[in-house]
Design a protein around this ligand. Structure first.
Ligand code: G16
Length: 543
């Protein structure tokens, strides 16, 4: 095998965001752009000669081409084996599962998650370490530093590898093992949940609808929900992964998963609805005409965890990202276990799980998961809910309402202002930072400001500090307003406004969240001068 050393010059914009490097496809197609980043990963991780790497992506546009480049670069950089999903496809949680199961050195995942795909859509790449989780900030920062100094990359001169049938082949000295992307993951799910009880539920007339949104989970959902659990074939919709996600936006929320939402809120609605995103790590849970917020979903799963065989010993602890509602904290308190508050980004949960401090993790951004892998996991959340429903034999809505009656309801909503000019988004954040020292003690409408800060996190395991993680206005009664800039967008800036208030009074639990939070929303808009700074009079997406 001939190894070519190719001279290159750095790109200045290869800083990984919340979850890896995400850019538009044309950016990745610039000369040496992908190669620079991949070489920066390899130079940073310095894997011993002969190491094994996992490789796969969500099948979006440019996945196949990128896989071939990475395989040839892995061979030139001394890897002994690359385990790649058939067709170059692996969902993000399945990649994490394979890294852990086969104890590989790490893995490269190609995905821009819930962002649209296609020739002008988004693409992304991230590195996961041997624990199966996204590389922590010290590694992503080192990759960025390497990308700013790169002068050459190494690539094998070799023909493309056939990826459409399982089995081993050689690329120079390196073995390429094409693996079934579903089988290891499906086995893991079967070890965690009561498949017998779920099968009985599904054969009793209980109807489900799972929307794979033309993305990676289609084959996983077919194998697990239909083949192994006996759901009817039409229970899984949009099940064939397409490189442009059928021109859709594979983001499982009430706005973008509207096809499913219409079914679940329509006539003859199924008992349970769910969707997952481009790379299969996010989930949305619905009952018949009922939406479960991701924050509530985490809390309900935590409160009912012992119903699933894989969690019957109980939970060591729970972790949630800072903007996620405190509903899970109340369950943790009742269970007498710790609840950790981390910055946004699944990578911050890795240390807590590795140290055995937490079992369940969740984020308001439609991410839920556990220590079974080190990524959030869409189908896992769906199966957990089905397990709970099979055990409790109650509708989704009544399970959530009973939960609120017991723990109180954390009214919660997120308002996204997408594709803002970066300066406009920054001006809102700067204005808030300049003003927040004066806010504590002030009365805003019915609320008294307790504290105001820019969230900073000290990892309890390795002591690393992550500052500047979002501006919080915390009120005396526990209500909160949080402002944060998204770290996953590829165009301009997305400003996220998170709102939360706690309502113990069961007679008010029926209220619509927007109604219950309307005063808080008004205060947030006033304090931030968001409308004046951005010229927007309403958010792009409300969840
Ligand atoms: C990624 C991260 C999540 C994070 C989400 C939103 O998810 O893995 O931990 O909550 O982005 O981040 P932001 O608010 O910065 O846009 P995914 O599903 O996009 O990989």
């Amino acid at each position: 095998m001939q190894i070519r050393k190719v001279a290159t010059t750095p790109y200045a914009d290869q800083k990984p965001g919340t979850s890896g490097l995400r850019k538009r496809v044309p950016a990745f197609k610039q000369l040496h752009y992908l190669e620079n980043f991949v070489q920066s990963i390899f130079d940073t991780i310095a894997a011993p000669q002969g190491s094994t790497l996992v490789l796969g992506g969500d099948g979006r546009y440019y996945n196949r081409e990128a896989i071939q480049v990475i395989l040839k670069m892995a061979a030139a950089n001394g890897f002994g084996r690359v385990m790649v999903g058939k067709g170059g496809i692996l969902s993000t949680p399945a990649a994490s599962c394979v890294i852990r199961k086969y104890q590989t050195y790490g893995g490269i995942i190609l995905s821009a998650s819930h962002n649209p795909g296609g020739p002008d859509g988004d693409f992304g790449i991230k590195y996961n370490t041997a624990n199966g989780g996204p590389a922590p900030e010290k590694i992503t920062e080192a990759i960025f530093a390497a990308s700013k100094q790169i002068s050459q990359y190494c690539i094998a001169d070799a023909p493309d590898v056939a990826l459409d049938a399982c089995g081993d082949s050689k690329l120079g000295d390196m073995t390429v093992s094409v693996i079934d992307p579903v089988v290891d993951y499906a086995e893991l799910m079967e070890s965690l949940f009561d498949f017998k009880a779920i099968r009985a539920l599904l054969s009793s007339g209980f109807r489900i609808k799972f929307d794979a949104m033309h993305a990676v989970t289609g084959p996983y959902a077919k194998e697990i929900l239909v083949n192994r659990l006996g759901a009817s074939a039409d229970s899984v919709m949009n099940a064939v992964p397409l490189p442009d996600f059928g021109n859709g936006h594979p983001d499982p929320n009430l706005t973008y998963a509207h096809e499913l939402v219409e079914i679940v809120y329509g006539k003859d609605a199924p008992d349970f609805g769910a969707a997952s995103d481009g790379d299969g790590d996010r989930n949305m849970i619905l009952g018949n005409g009922f939406f479960v917020t991701p924050s509530d979903s985490l809390a309900v799963i935590a409160a009912n965890a012992k119903l699933a065989p894989g969690y019957k010993q109980g939970l060591a602890g729970i972790a949630r990202s800072m903007p996620t509602s405190a509903a899970a904290d109340r369950v943790a308190q009742a269970l007498g276990i710790p609840c950790y508050e981390t910055p946004t980004g699944w990578k911050f949960f890795g240390n807590l799980m590795d140290a055995g401090k937490v079992t369940l993790c969740g984020e308001e951004s439609f991410g839920t998961g556990s220590n079974h892998v080190r990524e959030k996991d869409g189908l896992w959340a769906v199966l957990f809910w089905l397990n709970i429903l099979a055990a409790r034999k109650q509708p989704v809505e009544s399970i959530v309402r009973e939960h609120w009656a017991k723990y109180g309801r954390n009214f919660y909503s997120r308002h996204d202002y997408e594709s803002l000019p970066t300066e406009a988004a920054n001006s809102v954040m700067n204005l808030l930072k300049e003003g927040f020292a004066d806010l504590p003690g002030k009365t805003l409408g019915p609320y008294i400001v307790k504290t105001c800060d820019d969230f900073s996190y000290t990892d309890p395991v390795d002591g690393s500090v992550s500052a500047g993680q979002g501006i919080r206005i915390l009120f005396e009664d526990g209500s909160r307003i949080v402002f944060r800039l998204s770290g996953t967008g590829t165009e301009g800036a997305t400003l996220r406004l998170y709102l939360e208030s706690y309502e113990p009074d069961v007679s008010k639990h029926h209220l619509d969240a927007q109604e219950a939070l309307s005063t808080l929303i008004g205060i947030a808009l006033d304090v931030s001068e968001l409308r004046a700074c951005t010229g927007r009079d309403k958010p792009t997406v409300i969840t």
